[in-house]
Design a protein around this ligand. Sequence first.
Ligand code: FES
Ligand code: FES
Length: 163
Amino acid sequence: MRIELLVNDTAHTLEVEPRTTLVDCLRDNLGLKGAHVGCEHGVCGACTVLLDGVPVRSCLMFAVQADGNRITTIEGITPGQGELSPVQDAFCETHGMQCGYCTPAMILTAHALLDANPDPTREEIVEAISGNICRCTGYAQIVEAIALAAERMSGTNRAKDAP
Ligand code: FES
Ligand code: FES
């Protein structure tokens, strides 16, 4: 079947089997390996991407179901080549990643949270990432990273005399 996807602001026309999952399409057809495959049945969240800005499990969707939609993967979250998003930067700073397997999904989930709620409480951050499993169990540092990113993005983390 022929489908059209807008992935990380680039339009793609693709031929896929009706049974091709969105995560396989992203990884195999487009070479976007940042969407990780873990459980393949909707439990771990490692395959999370944003569909029109909303986190979805790309192992549970067929690529044809995403036809005509906007997809954001971790490869599309940076402001420019060689740069990090504020959330990525905060993950590095607070040691919010260990093996990194869950990290792209956690970061995309955090971006979606902060887009919808720029000033989340700790409880709201925990709730937002509750569908994503970190096998390294680094949850405390992940929550720390998202809280730091929220502070920075809202400007409340600036030094008093900063412009
Ligand atoms: S690989 Fe999709 S939820 Fe685990
Ligand atoms: S950092 Fe290893 S799975 Fe989360």
